[in-house]
Structures are given as structure tokens and as C-alpha cells.
Ligand binder design. Structure first.
Ligand code: ADP
Length: 709
């Protein structure tokens, strides 16, 4: 009843303050934050790691295509380089032949030509033409060998200007105006499409780059224009289609290429973007406009598999037309299916000297230009007009040479010849892709597990921290409440005692007794808080000695009896008659603190049935002290939890009773520090039974403290 009065008094003396503290620090405030924590975890950890995993797994699925694309790009670059080396090599051969030429004396033409052939193994069948393109040597009426006769048979008409030969040239250069025109016509459409979406200001800026481009094309040199046409042609499938169509309509011969590359990345070339250019762009020598040795006519193109059209188209030219454009050169000529090479060189006197190149020597010299042809990744080859490699690398025989991984035509100087690259082990792409995607999978799983696991751990520790912070906050509110309550009561009684008409002696004794009880409660609370803090820091010291637990309990009960009975409690102390006594090695003050805490709880949590029972018994190696009540009891699920710091049972009955949630925590710690324990059990009927157990010692040790272990 008194405590009710005290509560009222608190409310009056400190109006609204405690409510405010509880409102600020109460469980509700923290609840909102922990909910946010879940959302933050999902948004900042879970969603990004799921997205990352999905992206990585998707890219693992496309690994094979990526590997193939990468390999295609690399090998195409190498093939392009090889083609350019071979083209330059052929130019060098022409230069070498030019350097070896000397003007034959009119009276010893044959001897001079024979010497030339002997000195230079590249020279197959030498010839000499007059300024009017009359064949001076080999003379049909002369004493000729088989090779010379065949040579005349195949070349006499062309050399003497009676027939033309097809000259090879890059289609994009031949049709450069049309290529650039088509590209320009397509550009405004593409530009309009990209500008439809962005802002109006961007659209108004559009004419500037167009004008700049127009100006550039009008002032550009012919080789630069040719280069631009070649690039545009290579990058634009639509332009290619139209130009090939146009060339055919104009009667130009568009041949098929010898090889059909197998790389799938080439088919999807248009999606590859930057590598697009690498896929089809010709080599340096190919992009050079028709300078250097001109390629004169020859027979029709050999039969070829129906594949991609060749980049080189032919136009018929007379030898005189070709020779008018330079000093010397090599003309590739098809005679039937056979490709021959005619070297020509205009002498200072206007006559033309030249030779059909020795096929064997020419092929050997070209093969010598090639870089290492065999590597663990690829086999590099130069294919002739029949699609046969110039040299077969060891271990590469028996493959279909017309189906390389990637290939490229060499250039005008070597029509239908291609530089080609073959995968040494075609299954390696798949294997490499498989192992890469396996690694990606493993990494994704590790990443996901560590992100999700780490995130969950961080979250749960954060959650724990927040819960603890909440508990501490409510503890602060509870402690302040608990401190104020006895103080207010004491203040109230002091006021009563000071009144002008003092109360009678009986009342005064009662007030004093109540004040003493409140002071004791205050002391207990402060002790608990101090104890908790020293236990936390590990600084709690015990003065242990052998004591009789029953005796300690009896003292505590007797100390509390008057007060409890004054509050209407029936207090019973039971100690079973036994020859043995409950000796324990303990700090008696600490034991008293445990029992007082338990008695105080029994008092606080009893409602109508006010019965407290303390019993000490010996059970085997243990001594046990029970503190029983018939109060509100503790639900089974809470019987362990209530020993955790700051934990108070969250039901309407407990909530009415003020408390800090520390009493049991401290009591159990003390019990455990003494090698014992404190547990809570239910009781038949109603109420709870708190049991303090401690290891028993023998009574002899009490008499002889020195023998203790
Ligand atoms: P406090 O009593 O200050 O809240 P304690 O640590 O002593 O802190 O007790 C923790 C909780 O255990 C109490 O809030 C109460 O819910 C429950 N409890 C303790 N003793 C009893 C008891 N004898 N009967 C019912 N419930 C109890």
C-alpha cells in the first residue's frame, strides 16, 4: 500500500518527467530503427549482391562467345599483319629484280638474258620487248627449249599488245566516290535517328560537324580518300552490298574468295563494335591506292567455293597501259587455273625487259617471309590460288585448308592468295570458356556467400547492439524511477514528522520503520548497480570462507521478517533436520545479497497470495537454498531469459512493478562465481521457486581454514 502511495507521490513531485524519459527511451523508439536496418540491409547488401551475381552468371554463360571473339580479334590482327608482310615482300622482290637488270648489248641479247637467269634464281623465262612491244626474245623462230615455247604460247599475245589481262584492284578504291557518296547519304539518316531523342539544342548544333566533314572530303588527297573509302566499305555491310551489285552491273568481275572462315564472331561482326574494323579492314598494302607495280591481265578466276565475294575486282588492261604507270612491276596472270607472275622493267632505251618468275623460287621466297607458323594456339598459313598452303607445318597435315578460323586476302599483287589462321585445337575455345565460367561460378558463389553471410552477421550484431542500447536506455529510465521512488517516500515521511502537530509515538515509530525500509531499498538498488558495474569490469572481489548456508539464510529471513510481515506476508524458513549442515565456501555478504534480491522479487511479484518460503537443504554434493512465493510466477519460456541483463518480463503484471532487470543477473553471476548456480522453476499451483545451489564443503574445513583447497 505504501508503495502505491510512493508512486502517487512521485507522480506529483516530478510531474511528467518519467513519462517523458520512457517515451524517449522506451522500446518503441528502437523498434523503428531496427525495422529500417532490415530495409537498409536489403537495399545496400542483398539487392546489389544478387544483381552482381546475376550479371556475373550471365557473363559466364556468354564466355564461349567472348573467348571466340577475343581470339578472332587477335588472330585477325595477326593475319592482317601477315598479309601486309607478304605484300611488302612481293614489292621487295620486284625491287630486287629491278636492281639486277642491266641493258643487254644488241649483239648479245641471248647471252645477257641467260646470264641474268643464271645469276638470279627468281628469273624463270626471261624476255625482251622492243619499244613497240615486239618480242625480241625468245624469238619464235629461234632454237627454243620447252619452257620458252610454253612461255610464248601463254604470253605472246599479251606481251605483244594483242590481248589484255585482268588487273586486280580493291573494289572500295575503284568505286571510292560511290562508297563515300553512299556513306554520306546514310549518315544524315543515322544522325537524325540519334538526334530525335536528345534536346533541341543538340539538334541545332548538328550542321556544324556535317559541314566540317564536307569540307574535309573536298580538300582531301586521293590516297586519303581511298583509305577512307576502304574503311567505310569495310564497316558498312549495306554499302558493300550496293557496291558489289554496281560492280557486277558494270561488267566488272567479282570473284569468290578461296576460304570460308569458321569463326562465329565474324558472322556476328556487326555486333562486335570496335573490332568490326579489324574484321574486314584491309592491310596497309591493300589500302594503298594503285601505286607500285601494276597488276596486269590474266585468264579468268579459278573456280572457288561459293563464299564471301573477293575484295579485289578485275578490269582488263593492255601491257602498254600497265607499263605507262610505272618503271617496273610484277603482273599476276592466270593462265587457266595456274597463276603466273610476269616481271617487267622499262630500260633506259625504252625497251622492256622482264621474266616469268620461277614458281618454285617465288613460293619459297614468299614462304620465307612468314613468321612462326605453328603455336599451341594457332597455325598460320599463306594459301595460294588453289587454297593450298605454301608450306605445311609439322603436325598440321590433313586439315581442310579452305576452312580456316579467320583469313584475309593478301592483296592486288597476289590475287586469290590469302593469309589464314587455324586453331591448333578447336575444342580449346570451349574448354577455356568452360574453365573460365567455372571460375566465375565459384567466385560468384564465394562472393554471394561472403556478402550475404557477412551482411547477416553485421546485421545481427547491429541488431544485438541496438537491442542492448534499447535495454540500457530503459534501464536508465527504470533506475531513475527506482531511485526517485524511495527518496520521495522518505521526503514525504520527513514532512509528516515535521508538522506542527507531531504524530503520536506509534505513528512516528511506523514512519521511522518505513523510512528505514525505503533507505534499505535504496541501498539495495545502489548496491546492485555498483555490483553490476564491478562485475562487468571483472573487479568484483569476494571474501570467501566456510559458512553454513542455512545460517546465512536464517539471518536474512529474520532481518526481513518484520518488514515483510508488516506488509502482510506469511514468511516461513525451513531447514530440514539433518546430521549434515549446509557448509559452503562463500562470501557471506554476497550470499546475503543474492537472497535479499530473491526475497525482494518474491515481495514485488506477489499479488493476493502473500506467502514466502525459504528452505535450505543438502542434495548430494550440493547445498541449495530455495526462495518460493505464490506470486505471478514466470512463464516457462522466460525462465532462462530473466537472468540476462536488463531483461524484464514484458507482461502487464510485471510491467506494473518497478525494476531494473539487474537483480537476477547479479545474483546468478555471484552464484556462478562461487561454482554454483541460480535457476528459476515453476511451482505447483502458482508462484515461482528460485534455487541457489552451491558446492558443499565439510564442516571440518570451517574449523581449519588452512586446509581449504
Ligand atoms: P527487476 O525485478 O528489477 O525487474 P530482476 O533481474 O530481479 O529485475 O528480475 C527480472 C525479471 O524477472 C523481473 O522483471 C520479473 O519479470 C521476473 N521475476 C523475477 N523474480 C520474479 C518472481 N519472484 N516472480 C515473478 N517474476 C519474477
Amino acid at each position: 500500500m505504501i508503495s502505491n502511495g510512493a508512486h502517487r507521490a512521485t507522480g506529483e513531485r516530478f510531474p511528467g518527467k518519467i513519462d517523458l524519459v520512457s517515451a524517449m527511451l522506451g522500446p518503441g523508439g528502437g523498434g523503428v530503427k531496427t525495422r529500417y536496418l532490415g530495409v537498409i540491409f536489403i537495399a545496400a547488401v542483398l539487392v546489389p549482391s544478387v544483381l552482381l551475381s546475376v550479371l556475373s552468371i550471365r557473363s559466364a554463360g556468354r564466355e564461349e562467345a567472348y573467348v571466340e571473339k577475343q581470339l578472332t580479334t587477335t588472330l585477325l590482327a595477326e593475319v592482317a599483319h601477315t598479309a601486309s608482310m607478304v605484300s611488302e615482300g612481293v614489292e621487295r622482290l620486284a625491287g630486287e629484280l629491278h636492281a639486277s637488270v642491266s641493258v643487254p648489248p644488241p649483239n648479245a641479247v641471248q647471252a645477257a638474258l641467260v646470264t641474268w637467269k643464271k645469276r638470279n634464281p627468281l628469273v624463270g623465262v626471261p624476255y625482251l620487248l622492243s619499244t613497240e612491244y615486239k618480242i625480241l626474245w625468245p624469238r619464235p623462230d629461234g632454237n627454243l627449249g620447252g619452257a620458252e615455247r610454253l612461255f610464248l604460247q601463254e604470253n605472246a599475245d599479251f606481251l605483244s599488245g594483242r590481248s589484255t589481262t585482268p588487273v586486280y584492284a580493291n573494289i572500295a578504291i575503284v568505286h571510292k566516290e560511290e562508297v563515300l557518296g553512299l556513306a554520306k547519304a546514310a549518315a544524315p539518316l543515322a544522325r537524325a535517328a540519334t538526334q530525335a531523342a536528345p534536346s533541341a539544342s543538340a539538334a541545332t548544333e548538328a550542321p556544324a560537324p556535317m559541314q566540317a566533314e564536307d569540307a574535309a572530303s573536298s580538300t582531301e588527297s586521293a590516297p586519303l580518300q581511298g583509305q577512307r573509302a576502304v574503311d567505310t566499305f569495310a564497316q558498312n555491310a549495306e554499302v558493300q552490298k550496293k557496291i558489289y551489285e554496281q560492280a557486277r552491273q558494270q561488267g566488272e568481275q567479282v570473284n569468290a574468295r578461296v576460304t570460308q572462315p569458321t569463326s562465329k564472331a565474324l558472322e556476328a561482326a556487326n555486333d562486335i563494335g570496335p573490332t568490326d574494323r579489324d574484321l574486314k579492314a584491309p592491310t596497309g598494302s591493300q589500302t594503298r591506292p594503285t601505286t607500285g607495280p601494276q597488276t596486269p591481265p590474266s585468264g579468268g578466276a579459278a573456280s572457288a567455293p561459293a563464299g564471301q565475294p573477293s575484295l579485289y575486282i578485275t578490269t582488263p588492261r593492255l601491257l602498254s597501259q600497265i607499263a605507262s604507270q610505272g618503271e617496273y612491276g610484277i603482273i599476276p596472270r592466270f593462265v587457266g587455273e595456274k597463276l603466273t607472275f610476269l616481271f617487267w622493267d622499262r630500260l633506259s632505251d625504252g625497251r622492256i625487259i622482264g621474266c616469268e618468275l620461277s614458281r618454285t623460287e617465288f613460293r619459297q621466297r614468299v614462304a620465307g617471309i612468314l613468321p612462326a607458323t605453328y603455336s599451341p594456339v594457332r597455325i598460320l598459313a599463306v594459301l595460294d590460288e588453289k587454297g593450298e598452303p605454301l608450306a605445311v607445318p609439322a603436325g598440321a597435315a590433313g586439315r581442310d585448308w579452305r576452312r580456316p578460323f579467320v583469313s584475309q586476302e593478301i592483296g592486288e599483287a597476289l590475287p586469290r592468295w590469302e593469309a589464314a589462321s587455324y586453331l591448333t585445337d578447336p575444342a580449346s575455345i570451349r574448354n577455356q570458356a568452360r574453365s573460365t565460367s567455372a571460375v566465375i561460378w565459384i567466385l560468384v558463389v564465394i562472393l554471394f556467400v561472403s556478402v550475404a553471410g557477412g551482411g547477416t552477421m553485421v546485421l545481427s550484431s547491429l541488431y544485438g547492439e541496438m537491442r542492448l542500447a534499447q535495454k540500457k536506455a530503459s534501464f536508465v529510465a527504470n533506475v531513475s524511477h527506482e531511485l526517485k521512488t524511495p527518496l520521495t517516500s522518505i521526503g514525504l515521511f520527513i514532512d509528516l514528522l515535521r508538522r506542527r502537530r507531531p504524530p503520536d509515538a506509534k505513528k512516528r515509530d511506523r514512519y521511522l520503520a518505513l523510512m528505514a525500509a525505503e533507505t534499505e531499498r535504496l541501498g539495495r538498488l545502489i548496491n546492485n548497480v555498483l555490483d553490476f558495474s564491478s562485475q562487468e569490469k571483472g573487479r568484483k572481489k569476494y571474501a570467501k570462507r566456510i559458512v553454513d548456508l542455512a545460517q546465512v539464510a536464517d539471518e536474512v529471513v529474520e532481518g526481513q521478517r518484520v518488514r515483510l510481515e508488516g506488509l502482510g506476508f506469511a514468511v516461513r524458513f525451513i531447514c530440514r533436520e539433518s546430521s549434515e549442515r549446509a557448509f559452503v565456501d562463500a562470501d557471506p555478504e554476497a550470499m546475503k545479497q543474492v537472497l535479499i534480491n530473491l526475497l525482494s522479487n518474491a515481495e514485488k511479484y506477489s499479488t493476493t497470495q502473500k506467502e514466502i518460503e525459504v528452505e535450505v537443504e543438502c542434495a548430494g554434493p550440493h547445498a541449495a537454498a530455495h526462495v518460493r512465493d505464490r506470486g505471478i510466477g514466470v512463464a516457462e519460456k522466460d525462465r532462462e531469459r530473466i537472468f540476462l541483463e536488463f531483461v524484464r518480463v514484458d507482461d502487464s503484471l510485471s510491467a506494473k512493478v518497478p525494476g531494473t532487470g539487474l537483480g537476477l543477473t547479479i545474483a546468478r553471476r555471484i552464484a556462478r562465481d562461487h561454482g554454483g548456480d541460480l535457476v528459476c522453476e515453476g511451482r505447483e499451483g502458482a508462484g515461482s521457486d528460485f534455487i541457489l545451489t552451491l558446492p558443499r564443503r565439510s564442516g571440518d574445513e570451517a574449523k581449519d581454514p588452512g586446509s581449504r583447497g
